[in-house]
Design a protein around this ligand. Structure first.
Ligand code: SAH
Length: 212
C-alpha cells in the first residue's frame, strides 16, 4: 500500500538535499502510514510532522532523513535514540542495519510503540524512562539521536558517545531549536556544527525541560 506515495516522498527529499542513498532507500521501504494514527494515514507521505496523541508528534520525514544522514553511521553501528514516539525514526535506523536502543518517557506511547515493533518484526531495544540520563549499560554508542528539543546539551550524551561518534540534538527554546551535530574526536575533544530552524516537542527530564 502507498508505494507510489512513498517513492514520491523519496524524490521530494532528494530534491530537498538528502543525498545519503541508504537513508533514501530506508524511507522508500518503511511504511510510515503504519506509524501514524488511522485517521492520519492519508497524510502519512506528506513531508509534515503529524500528531500521534498525548501532545506528541511523529517528526517530519525531512527532519528524520536529515538527522539520520547527519549521524554518518556505518552498517551495524550502535545507536541510541531519545524519544521513541511513533517508532518511525527507530524503524528507519533498524532498516539501515543499525543496532537500535530507544528510550521513551511517556508510558502509553512506549507501550503502544513496543507492541507495534513486535507486530512489524522491528527489533529495537526499548526502554521506558527518562532518556536525558542516557543508557549507560549499552554505552558507548556510535550515534545518539535526540528527537525532542533540549535547553542544553546534556553532558551524559557526550560521555556515552564512542570516539568518532556523532550526537544530533535540537537545542533552543520550546518553540524553535538549532540542530547541533556534535562529533566526538577524542575523549575531551568535540567539534560542533549548527543547523538552524528546527521545531521539536520539548525534551522533558532531569537534564531537559523541567516540567510535565
Ligand atoms: N522519534 C520520534 C519522535 C517523537 S516526538 C518519532 O519518530 O516519531 C518526541 C518524543 O520524545 C515524544 O514521544 C516524547 O514523549 C519523548 N520524550 C520527551 N522527553 C523525553 C525524555 N526525557 N526521555 C525519553 N523520551 C522523551
Amino acid at each position: 500500500m502507498y508505494e507510489r506515495e512513498r517513492l514520491d516522498l523519496v524524490d521530494k527529499l532528494s530534491e530537498r538535499g538528502i543525498d545519503d542513498i541508504y537513508v533514501l532507500k530506508a524511507i522508500g521501504e518503511v511504511e510510515r502510514h503504519k506509524f501514524v494514527p488511522k485517521a492520519m494515514r492519508h497524510h502519512a507521505y506528506n513531508d509534515v510532522a503529524l500528531p500521534i496523541g498525548y501532545s506528541q508528534t511523529i517528526s517530519q520525514p525531512y527532519t528524520v532523513a536529515f538527522m539520520t544522514q547527519s549521524l554518518k553511521l556505518k552498517p551495524n553501528a550502535k545507536v541510541l535514540e531519545i524519544g521513541t514516539g511513533s517508532g518511525y525514526q527507530a524503524a528507519i535506523l533498524f532498516k539501515m542495519g543499525m543496532q537500535v536502543f530507544s528510550i521513551e518517557r511517556q508510558f502509553e506511547i512506549y507501550n503502544h510503540t513496543r507492541k507495534l515493533f513486535d507486530h512489524l518484526g522491528i527489533r529495537v531495544n526499548t526502554k521506558y524512562g527518562d532518556g536525558t540520563i542516557g543508557w549507560d549499560e549499552y554505552a558507548p554508542f556510535d550515534g545518539i539521536i535526540v528527537t525532542a528539543g533540549s535547553p542544553t546539551i546534556p553532558q551524559v550524551f557526550k560521555t556515552q558517545l564512542a570516539a568518532g561518534g556523532r550526537l544530533v540534538i535540537p537545542v533552543g527554546d520550546k518553540v524553535s531549536q538549532t540542530l547541533k551535530i556534535v562529533t566526538k574526536i577524542e575523549d575531551q575533544e568535540f567539534s560542533v556544527q549548527d543547523v538552524p530552524e528546527f521545531s521539536f516537542v520539548p525534551l522533558i527530564g532531569r537534564e531537559g525541560w523541567n516540567q510535565k
